[in-house]
Design a protein around this ligand. Structure first.
Ligand SMILES: [Zn+2]
Length: 262
């Protein structure tokens, strides 16, 4: 890089300094414009300037659409520097933000969720969204699958250093979102209270994504076998949650009464 060759951001015209972001064409964008695109670095690098321009146009549309956004479903991950994942089922869009009150989050349509995976120390322990086959993990079919995978490793008290939900997207801009469910912890023992809390949040997020996936396929797959689970199936899920320590006995009893209508 030559010091005398001045470069300017193609979007705002600002002089390119030491902190800049280069795309696959080698064109540098200023930090402000990079932030405006709301992309992770990996996704950004893959884009040419033309596609990046379309991304900014999409962001403007998102800003308008966001004025109509009413939360119908929400998951919060972590306490400090957490994630807010929210859906407006009526608009058919959802977003992931680090801000409790975002002003212009990137809105994803339901069908832009390709698939998702729960990774414990990089190993897939549960996944969802794939048509029939799970890659290297348990096909996520509800609470049971996640809990089953978790309780399977209960006997060995190992130390976990990462617990992450990887969301693969089907958009021209952003390809992936990784959500750490470890909160402020850098390591936890499997089976510990902290671990169970993180796992519960991860599970809630998986359920959230599962719901989005279900709603994405609902209009086109009306003839597909998607029978709602029976009260017994539901009860089993909550029994698993109870065993795992994610819910209390009282919560379980309340759910049981509700499900069985007693
Ligand atoms: Zn710029």
């Amino acid at each position: 890089m030559s010091l005398w060759k001045k470069e300017f951001c193609p979007f705002c015209g600002a002089k390119i300094g030491l902190l800049n972001y280069r795309n696959q064409e080698g064109i540098a964008v200023c930090p402000t414009c990079f932030a405006k695109a709301d992309l992770d670095i990996e996704s950004f690098k893959l884009l040419d300037i033309e596609t990046l321009s379309q991304c900014y146009e999409k962001r403007r549309q998102d800003l308008e659409l966001f004025q109509q956004f009413r939360v119908t479903n929400e998951v919060k991950i972590g306490v400090f520097k957490g994630y807010y994942i929210r859906e407006d089922a009526n608009l058919g869009v959802w977003y992931v933000s680090n801000s409790k009150k975002p002003t212009n989050p990137t809105l994803f349509r339901h069908e832009e969720l390709a698939h998702f995976e729960l990774l414990e120390d990089g190993n897939s322990v549960a996944s969802g969204g794939l048509a029939r086959a799970a890659v290297g993990g348990v096909l996520f079919g509800g609470v049971g699958a996640v809990v089953g995978a978790v309780t399977g490793s209960k006997t060995s008290k190992k130390v976990i250093t990462s617990l992450e939900v990887a969301i693969v997207l089907n958009t021209p801009y952003r390809k992936k979102i990784s959500i750490s469910c470890m909160g402020v912890d850098s390591k936890v023992k499997s089976g510990s209270m902290a671990y169970n809390q993180h796992m519960k949040e991860a599970h809630d997020l998986m359920m959230f994504l599962h719901g989005i996936k279900a709603r994405a396929s609902a209009p086109t797959n009306t003839n597909a076998a998607s029978s709602p689970s029976s009260a017994a199936d539901e009860l089993l899920k909550f029994k698993n949650l109870l065993d795992m320590g994610a819910i209390t006995k009282d919560e379980y009893q309340a759910k049981k009464k509700q499900l069985l209508g007693i």
